[in-house]
Design a protein around this ligand. Structure first.
Ligand SMILES: C[S@@+](CC[C@H](N)C(=O)[O-])C[C@H]1O[C@@H](n2cnc3c(N)ncnc32)[C@H](O)[C@@H]1O
Length: 254
């Protein structure tokens, strides 16, 4: 663990006099994710959940949460890495029975270098990166690191990350939000396709229209560059993000 991660764990322990530190960690992830989400959506059910969690803590204990968020934000500002995934495993909060062993970050970086970040991605208007079992989002963070080196490429990436475990969804949502990524994190079962809730990052909401334009234009270009894939001479109408099930419906909340 880094110095900042140890500092973060100490804050979790300080708030954990009456609860296990991994329960405190899960609560931290839940209230932080809700506060990011409700900065835009003001969902009353999530507001209630927030109040319920905070009700478990004294004022002194609750003060550890903003302090921990400041440590996390500073750490990710200094360097993109899987801060929360390491802490999650260190505190033993991971559900080993559900196979929650996260990929070490240096391996995620290696895999990104040999697969996603090839010469080809720069030529595309948009790259849709899907992670069907995202954990804390470790596989996606090295791409955010690349984007940070070239911020003008941010809207060339749209991340769709899914996990069955709500704490994992919260972790991925928090880290991708703090890294400024265009991302939608789904609390869903990738095998049965059941979706329980959807968490779009603040950057995604801000860039949504441009992402949609890029997505549709790229799809047209793909079709015209690969005429063999055209099945008929019908006029091609690219699917919108909503038709692809990728667009967050602001009204439906899903
Ligand atoms: C081995 S971890 C990998 C996490 C991440 N991809 C990484 O490399 O660090 C597998 C993840 O899959 C999630 N998971 C298990 N079954 C799932 C399902 N049916 N749908 C979505 N996620 C699932 C677990 O909660 C866990 O976070």
């Amino acid at each position: 663990m880094t110095e900042k991660q140890s500092q973060f764990v100490k804050l979790m322990e300080r708030a954990a006099r009456r609860h296990n530190s991994y329960v405190v960690f899960k609560d931290f992830c839940a209230i932080t994710a809700i506060s990011f989400y409700n900065a835009i959506f003001k969902d009353p059910a999530k507001e209630k959940e927030y109040a319920h969690i905070m009700g478990k803590y004294t004022k002194e204990e609750a003060d550890c949460f903003p302090a921990a968020l400041a440590v996390l934000a500073e750490a990710l500002e200094e360097r993109v890495h899987d801060f929360l995934g390491v802490v999650y495993q260190e505190l033993g909060a991971n559900n080993k029975a559900a196979g929650q062993f996260f990929t070490p970050y240096h391996l995620c970086e290696l895999m990104t270098n040999v697969s996603v970040v090839t010469d080809n991605w720069d030529k595309r208007l948009i790259n849709l990166i899907e992670e069907p079992a995202c954990g804390s989002g470790a596989m996606l963070l090295p791409i955010c690191e690349r984007i940070r080196q070239r911020p003008e490429t941010n809207n060339k990436f749209l991340f769709v990350a899914t996990d069955l475990d709500l704490t994992c969804v919260h972790m991925a949502y928090i880290q991708l939000t703090l890294c400024g990524a265009n991302a939608v994190i789904k609390h869903a079962n990738t095998l049965t396709l059941e979706v329980y809730s959807t968490w779009p990052t603040i950057a995604y909401i801000g860039n949504r229209e441009e992402l949609e334009r890029r997505m549709m234009a790229q799809e047209m270009m793909d079709i015209f560059h690969n005429p063999a894939e055209r099945k008929s001479n019908d006029i091609i109408v690219p699917e919108t993000l909503a038709q692809k099930g990728l667009l967050f419906d602001l009204r439906a909340g899903k």
